[in-house]
Design a protein around this ligand. Sequence first.
Ligand code: OAD
Length: 242
Amino acid sequence: MSSTSNLNQLKARLASARAVAVLTGAGISADSGVPTFRGADGLWRTFRAEDLATPEAFARNPRVVWEWYDWRRGLIATKSPNPAHHALVEMERRFDQFWLITQNVDGLHAAAGSRQLIELHGNIWKVRCTQCGQVSVNREVPMTLLPYCSGCGGLLRPHIVWFGESLAPHNIARSEEALHACQVLLIIGTSGVVYPAAGFSSVARAAGAFVAEMNLDSTPNSSVVDVSIQGRAKDVVPELLT
Ligand code: OAD
């Protein structure tokens, strides 16, 4: 089936939907210039996740981990939401129920104005105390390294879900609610290999939702979804509003 007919099929579903959920990944921010993880120029091509994005790596060498996050914060600070982020803000206004579940930690959905936002993997602009657990916003660029908690003096870490760590239970619960209540699920710009988000297409489909993928390439999700639309997020997502 051609991409145009897929797009029209999806638009027809959205026209009659009251409850819509969206799952986004690094591909939506790629159009803002934020590097993805697994593409040709992806971060995991240059850096080893086990050295930088695990609790063990942080315990071993917090400075190396912080330097990497500080570098990413500096890069992201120069980027802005693109038309795909803005289209999802408009979509939130159009439906009775709307959930935006993102794996991105860059904060660009919030910067665009999305409110019904579930930041599944955390947020690079938040820090968490390794001693007292206090979470706070920190927008300093570059950061003073190493950072310490103003309350208890404990070492701060990025408020990010690292490999080997569990997602926040309230984010899992809200995502489950979305996947079971939505009539349409859009999966935008994710490689679909990191669980549990990689399994969301199957969960929503089993619960009766129409599931559409929007990505530059095909992914493991492509064989599970109702329609796949290939293209850049900044081009295809705004099309849904026309
Ligand atoms: P990946 O880098 O794994 O995948 C990005 C996806 O976006 C790929 O499928 C690309 O084909 C697609 N893509 C690239 N540019 C695009 C564009 N302009 N428009 C549409 N699609 C495009 O990123 P994620 O799937 O988000 O975890 O990765 C999942 C998690 O793995 C991340 O949240 C991160 C990483 O380790 C944490 O940071 C905790």
